[in-house]
Design a protein. Structure first.
Length: 255
């Protein structure tokens, strides 16, 4: 742990599971790590709105990277966001409506959902915020578009290639959905924009949207078997992540 100053954590599938809030034992270790001198960052596919409910209030004012790197917040306020071009995203949403494809998209703080219902709509609403008016919110900045019917990927990809200037995809392992954000929006680019020294950083992740930051970090910890890296990394699982964090805490205190 000598020379390590920063820990960067993905959330879903890395620290939290089945969408449940961060467990008290893991939260306690993370807080103890901070008290020992470690700076803690979270980098997630969730927007700020859906990140705060799963974290203890202790972390709410921390720097939070959301929307797969397309959004950064601090002290519970969005400080930067990469938005789609308005005319292009409105046209895409209208096309999805015509095709009757279920989706959810995020603005800076609010979200809207497709007329076609999907169980994920209800899951997000249970976090505490009801959806905004779709026709109104799409006139504001749209940061991330979540497609909830992944079997439409090919036709959506064809449309985006023809009509969007800039975009990239992130598929969620084990689900039938994928995110669309502006090109070059990723967790690594967001960390670099913060001028975080990755040579003094350990990154933790479990999915394809974590690979870039995991490869760039001084050390990488992969939770589960959803991805593999072309570099040396530590592999843990859901049942051993707490033990691993506790071991890192002991090492930090001893250093």
């Amino acid at each position: 742990m000598n020379g390590i100053h920063n820990f960067v954590f993905d959330l879903d599938g890395t620290l939290i599971f089945e969408g449940k809030p961060l467990s008290n034992p893991i939260a306690d270790v993370l807080i103890a790590l901070e008290q020992s001198g470690i700076n803690t960052y979270f980098a997630t596919a969730r927007p700020l709105r859906d990140t705060l409910p799963v974290l203890p209030e202790y972390f709410w004012d921390h720097t939070l990277i959301g929307c797969n790197g397309a959004m950064t917040s601090k002290q519970q306020k969005v400080t930067s966001a990469n938005a789609f071009k308005k005319a292009q995203i409105v046209q895409l949403l209208e096309w999805l409506d015509d095709k009757n494809i279920a989706y959810l998209y995020d603005g800076h703080y609010d979200y809207a959902v497709s007329d076609k219902p999907h169980e994920f709509h209800q899951w997000v609403a249970k976090l505490g915020t009801q959806p905004s008016c779709n026709n109104t919110l799409r006139q504001q900045q749209v940061i991330k578009l979540l497609i909830l019917e992944g079997h439409h990927f090919d036709e959506i990809n064809t449309y985006c290639e023809q009509h969007l200037d800039t975009f990239t995809y992130y598929h969620h392992s084990g689900t039938n959905c994928f995110d669309i954000v502006t090109q070059h929006s990723n967790k690594l680019s967001a960390l670099q924009a913060l001028q975080l020294d990755l040579s003094k950083t350990i990154c933790f992740g479990n999915d394809h949207n974590d690979v870039a930051m995991l490869n760039a970090a001084h050390k990488a910890v992969v939770v589960g078997d959803g991805i593999s890296l072309s570099r040396n990394y530590t592999s843990v699982c859901r049942d051993t992540i707490l033990e691993h964090l506790t071991s890192l805490l002991a090492s930090k205190v001893a250093s």
